[in-house]
Write a protein that binds this ligand. Structure first.
Ligand code: WT7
Length: 629
């Protein structure tokens, strides 16, 4: 590694550095160059290792067969306590080959899009890797999204196949999946191109099978060949699309490609967790999010690790479940979200202390800022003061962790993401785009590309350019604010745009607003976040009803259901405040700053309200808000 002696994280020749990191993969054709990147809006392109060829499923499976064939690849832990299954690399390889054979026989080929709508079962990982094996592009849709949301994703990416399950299990409850797929495929054009719905039997619950289109995995599997040669694709062939919320419009399809993403997922997983051969690594995310992609499936399996996959939720059947799993399976590396840490912290130390956690070495946090109180509890109680806490900052768009402490760093700053990974170059800019030096607070940007960077928005390259590269030209704008202290450590302060973070789930205010206004009763809606003890942020919805309608508990409930139907339970509003009007400027722009302060319960900090068209609206809103607290 090229480093300077003063800061071991500084890389002087980044292209040479990344080309060396690329050697961690087994390429069919090794790349001879690293980056080919322009962030100039008129000619924006991002390519890494462009003349290389490889297959992602080979990185995760085939190449380990000789040395790790009998090692546990996926340690699956069921929702029901006591249920678990260890799947070796050899077994996972065989399952993936069979699933790839099934998809191939049904006509799925390189470049086709396949939607995965799956619970947390090993077949979810098999499906991802089976697509990768064929060079097909998967798009995982989180099981908590509604048929409506699923349909719009199927349509947007033009999927021809869906992999799903009859139902999922979570916290002792059944989660409907196949029925939602059926509903989604009858919406608009969503079903038109879909020739296959491959269905995994998980609970044995009800699943209507449409002849010709729908097939059972357990039936197909028995017939399928376990020999399915991997397609060697170009480094820049798409690996997956993952939809994520932005500050405007509908969710965008973040596109990641094969070579750069795999290098970056593998590199960060190894370095941030200080991975050793015998580690039992547990990332408690869902494969429906980027964390599950990079740090349950691709990173750990590329590194030949044992990755624990948990079907259930942290608090079921009780608050000791996670620690029971840690003890039973000897978990050494744990990666979870502040929202889970806060929920468990509330239950006190006893549920933690009744289980042996001496196996733990590194504790990761991801998804939202971690408050110092939760950080200390994680470090002192869960980790007995012995483990490194890595507060990892990154995004769906970045493919992997960009800013994080590393094992070995002094643990002195609860809540700081600290320093960029070697090869990553962040900066802070003010509102005019001026780069701030030294101790400063501003907007967080990246000034140089890295291999895991998203390549485009699926089907809308212009939106990609506009969203990330025009606010501060020459840089990638993250949408986050951050502070840098005197030691050069970064503290992420949260989104500076209209994106919310609800229990670590990303949600656009615009999305929730359009779900609300789609209801007949609603004339106008404005949605803001407010601080929430457990969820980090909650959803506060101001709604103006159509003329003649009176506020009522029924309407509030109907609107809550409306959002659940349009988006899914993850977006359930915390507060629906029916209001007589919204604070607008004379030119008609909603002053969200005022709405945020009212929702926060800080009406004395509204700031300048002199540009309001109807200042009296504010008093009515403040009064109305008090009734919701
Ligand atoms: C947004 C990205 C990163 C994978 C899971 C979420 C926030 C993420 C941290 C952290 C403070 C964080 C940011 C970011 N975020 N990690 N360690 N500290 N904030 O991915 O859904 O794309 O959300 O999550 O605001 O922009 P995502």
């Amino acid at each position: 590694m090229t480093t300077t002696s003063s800061n071991p994280r500084t890389v002087s020749d980044t292209d040479a550095f990344w080309l060396r990191e690329a050697e961690r993969l087994d390429w069919t054709k090794a790349p001879t160059s690293a980056s080919d990147v322009s962030w100039d809006a008129s000619d924006l392109h991002i390519r890494w290792f462009a003349d290389g060829a490889l297959n992602a499923s080979v990185q995760c499976l085939d190449r380990h067969l000789e040395t790790r064939g009998d090692k546990t690849a996926i340690l699956w832990v069921g929702d029901e306590p006591g249920v678990a299954k260890a799947i070796t690399y050899a077994e996972a390889h065989e399952e993936v080959c069979r699933m790839a054979s099934v998809l191939k026989a049904r006509g799925v080929t390189r470049g086709d899009r396949v939607i995965l709508y799956m619970p947390m079962v090993p077949e979810a990982a098999y499906a991802m890797l089976a697509c990768a094996r064929l060079g097909a592009v998967h798009s995982v849709v989180f099981g908590g999204f509604s048929p409506e949301a699923l349909a719009s994703r199927i349509e947007d990416c033009g999927a021809t196949a869906v992999v799903t399950a009859d139902e999922g299990r979570r916290g002792g409850k059944a989660i409907v999946l196949k029925k939602n797929v059926d509903a989604a495929l009858t919406r608009n054009d969503a079903g038109r191109a879909v020739h296959t719905v491959l269905t995994v039997k998980v609970t044995g619950g009800e699943a209507a099978m449409q002849a010709g289109r729908d097939v059972w995995w357990h039936e197909e599997k028995a017939e399928a060949s376990s020999d399915c040669p991997a397609e060697a694709v170009d480094a820049e062939d798409p690996l997956f699309i993952l939809y994520t919320s932005g500050s405007t419009g509908k969710p965008k399809g973040v596109l990641h490609t094969t070579g750069g993403y795999m290098v970056y997922a593998s590199y960060t997983h190894e370095k941030v967790f200080d991975l050793k051969e015998d580690d039992v690594y547990w990332c408690a995310a869902d494969v429906g999010w980027i964390t599950g992609h990079s740090y349950i499936v691709y990173g750990p399996l590329a590194n030949g690790a044992t990755t624990l996959m948990y079907e259930g939720v942290p608090t079921w059947p009780d608050a000791s479940r996670m620690w029971k799993i840690v003890e039973e399976h000897g978990v050494t590396l744990l990666y979870t979200a502040p929202t889970a840490i806060r929920a468990l912290m509330r239950e006190g130390d006893a549920p933690v202390e009744k289980h042996d956690r001496s196996s733990l070495r590194v504790l990761g946090s991801v998804g939202e800022p971690i408050n110092p109180e939760a950080w200390r509890w994680y470090h002192d109680v869960v980790g007995e003061g012995r483990c490194t806490v890595v507060d990892t900052w990154w995004q769906t768009e970045t493919g992997g962790i960009l800013i994080s402490p590393l094992p070995g760093d002094p643990m002195t700053k609860p809540g700081a993401a600290t320093k960029p990974m070697p090869g990553i170059e962040p900066a802070l800019v003010d509102a005019d785009g001026k780069v701030l030096e030294g101790e400063a607070e501003g907007n967080l940007v990246l000034t140089r590309s890295w291999p895991g960077q998203m390549r485009t928005v699926w089907g809308d390259h212009e939106r990609f350019v506009q969203t990330y590269f025009t606010t501060y030209p020459g840089t990638y704008f993250t949408g986050d604010g951050a502070r840098r202290d005197a030691d050069g450590d970064y503290w992420i302060t949260g989104r500076v745009d209209d994106v919310l973070n609800i229990s670590g789930h990303r949600m656009g205010t615009a999305e929730v607003e359009s779900a609300l206004v789609a209801h007949d009763a609603v004339a106008e809606a404005a949605v803001v976040g407010f601080p929430h003890d457990l969820k980090g942020q909650g959803l506060w919805c101001y709604v103006i009803l159509r003329a003649g309608l009176e506020p009522s508990a029924e309407i509030e409930k109907a609107l809550r259901d409306q959002v659940r139907t349009e988006i899914g339970p993850v977006a359930t509003p915390d507060v629906i405040q029916i209001a007589p009007g919204l604070p607008k400027t004379r030119s008609g722009k909603i002053m969200r700053r005022i709405l945020r302060k009212i929702a926060e319960g800080a009406p004395d900090q509204l700031g300048d309200t002199s540009t309001l068209a109807e200042p009296e609206v504010v008093d009515q809103l403040v009064e109305g808000a008090a009734r919701h607290r």
